[in-house]
Write a protein that binds this ligand. Structure first.
Ligand code: NAP
Length: 238
């Protein structure tokens, strides 16, 4: 497969290694210094582009990539307020867009476990729910996209909670997400259910970025030849 990379930071470099090891060719690398190369012939020759940049520039990159006609996989988080705009472009203009808040297999297993536990805990409102996410200090968005997906999994299943908030709950219907930024932590997500009698905790602790990068390359392979909005639920069958 011919792959273009948009963003050549921590994730872009890790994805390049895995893509090459799986026999793919990197035909274009777009970073902050050569963003106009999205309009180049090399970029347009890609079967799929993989985008990992930053919240402030992601949506602009998506629009430029859609114009180039190249299928797009992205993991950039923190741009959710523009989700509807991107969804409309993809659906109306027949584009291909695979997005995931987290590409790692382990985290997607954790998402399923979180939804299952939330369905059980819906019957036990005496347990107070709290969420904590920890990431490296260079991460720009808080809470993490992964934490938002976990919160949505709880809100869909626990009737007495209907919105997530940053840090402090002001009423019982809110679910607080605490964000900690320290060191070089790739990503820790913790969900706690606490009663007067006990605490139930589930936790995912990423050891490195390899699982994330592998998931993004698998998503690129899956996306090739498909149309529309795609996500991990389309690729994983559990
Ligand atoms: N979904 C997932 O599984 C997942 C996993 C890991 C990370 N993420 C998210 O992915 C994003 C990138 O993470 P990262 O760790 O790779 O960050 P990073 O190391 O900061 O890399 C981002 C790269 O994008 C470049 N860039 C900035 N503006 C650009 C533009 N307009 N066009 C093209 N490239 C541009 C940056 O260049 P400069 O350094 O020169 O500014 C940098 O090289 C973040 O939003 C992060 O939260 C998602």
């Amino acid at each position: 497969m011919r792959i273009a990379l948009i963003g050549y930071g921590k994730m872009g470099k890790e994805i390049e290694q895995i893509a090459l090891s799986r026999g793919h060719k990197i035909v274009s690398i777009i970073d902050i210094n050569n963003i106009d190369d999205i309009d180049s012939e090399e970029f347009r020759s890609a079967d799929v582009a993989i985008e990992f940049t930053s919240p402030a520039v992601a949506v602009d990159n998506y629009k430029r990539c859609f114009k180039s006609g190249v299928a797009l996989v992205s993991g950039t988080t923190g741009w959710n307020s523009q989700w509807d705009e991107i969804k409309t472009i993809v659906e109306k203009e027949g584009k291909t867009f695979f997005w995931a808040s987290n590409f790692s297999l382990g985290v997607n297993i954790f998402f399923a476990l979180n939804r299952y536990l939330a369905r059980i805990m819906n019957h036990f409102p005496e347990y107070n729910i709290s969420m904590t996410e920890v990431h490296h200090t260079q991460k720009l968005d808080a809470p993490s996209g992964t934490a938002i997906t976990l919160a949505e999994g709880i809100l869909e299943n626990v009737e007495h909670k209907d919105k997530w908030v940053k840090e402090v709950e002001e009423s019982a219907n809110e679910l607080a997400i605490h964000s900690i930024r320290e060191g070089a932590v790739p990503g820790i997500h913790i969900i706690n259910y606490e009663s007067e009698a006990d605490t139930i905790t589930i936790k995912h602790d990423a050891k490195n970025r390899r699982g994330l990068a592998m998931g993004a390359v698998l998503a690129a392979e899956f996306t090739c030849g498909k149309k529309g909005l795609l996500g991990m639920k389309d690729m994983l069958t559990f």
